[in-house]
Design a protein around this ligand. Structure first.
Ligand SMILES: Nc1ncnc2c1ncn2[C@@H]1O[C@H](COP(=O)(O)O)[C@@H](OP(=O)(O)O)[C@H]1O
Ligand SMILES: [Mg+2]
Length: 256
């Protein structure tokens, strides 16, 4: 067992799993694999195995909730639960793109306590114990740039962008999109229509540590380690933009 803090362990595991994923993809592409589903499946499995093994070795007492493992619900009685998405943006990973992520978060006693999001395609890992400074915007009244899904853009987000008079930047992976807001590549990420706890836990831990606003579409807090892990919607933006984004969400919701 290493002497790393929980946040440092999250970052170490996420970054190392990202390296495993880059190697798996290169290996498959070099051997002539063309089937994107096979590349995605191999990535999901290898990253899951790697992370599960590290957590079992380093934090054997803790429970784990993962997109890629059976949930036996023992986590509901645990004080500490690691919430992981071994490969978020599976489609983009399998297409040889850069916009995918590895999510490792720790939930403790009702709250997200630590998290890290590795972005191996751009060589960065964002972590809750050393969050980057979110770049300031020159003009707070400038149109907002919304990070939107390449493959699941919802009607609601289209309406939100119209209501706010903003624009969009399309990319894959929930983690990559939250980190795009942290990194200043986008001003807001509004998602509706479906996601699970592992899609947002680590990204939200990082976003909050970086000082960003994060909530459900109705303004209520994101809650993790619930019996039902469906967590279908979220808003992430700078605190200064939160009223504007929430007003656009309310107007779009009323329109729907
Ligand atoms: N409507 C929906 N229902 C369930 N999951 C969704 C969803 N929209 C997005 N997601 C999940 O959120 C992640 C980011 O999606 P997107 O790039 O479209 O924004 C993906 O995770 P995975 O790649 O881990 O499956 C995807 O499966
Ligand atoms: Mg995911």
């Amino acid at each position: 067992m290493s002497g790393l803090t929980d946040a440092a362990l999250a970052a170490d595991i996420a970054e190392a799993a990202g390296q495993v994923l880059l190697a798996v993809r290169e290996e498959l592409l070099d051997s002539g694999a063309e089937d994107q589903r096979a590349i995605a499946k191999a990535g999901d499995q290898r990253a899951q195995d790697f992370i599960a093994e590290r957590l079992a070795a380093e934090r054997p007492q803790d429970a784990v909730l993962s997109e890629e493992a059976k949930d036996d619900l023992s986590r509901l009685d645990a004080a500490r639960v690691w919430i992981i998405d071994p490969l978020d943006g599976t489609k983009e990973f399998s297409q040889g793109r850069h916009d995918w992520a590895v999510h490792v978060a720790l939930w403790e006693d009702g709250e997200l306590a630590a998290g890290a999001v590795a972005l191996p395609g751009i060589g960065q890992t964002l972590r809750s114990d050393d969050p980057p400074a979110v770049p300031a915007r020159e003009d707070d009244s400038a149109p907002l740039r919304f990070a939107i899904s390449r493959s699941h853009p919802s009607e609601l987000i289209t309406a939100v962008i119209e209501e706010s008079g903003g624009g969009s930047v399309a990319m894959g992976s929930a983690g990559f999109k939250v980190c795009a807001v942290v990194r200043g590549e986008a001003d807001a990420y509004v998602h509706a229509g479906g996601q699970f706890e592992w899609d947002s836990a680590a990204p939200i831990a990082v976003a909050r540590a970086a000082g960003l606003f994060a909530s459900r579409l109705d303004g209520s807090p994101m809650r993790y380690n619930q019996r039902d892990v469906y967590l279908p919607d979220l808003i992430v933006c700078r605190p200064a933009d939160a009223d504007r984004v929430r007003a656009a969400v309310d107007a779009a919701t009323a329109r729907a």
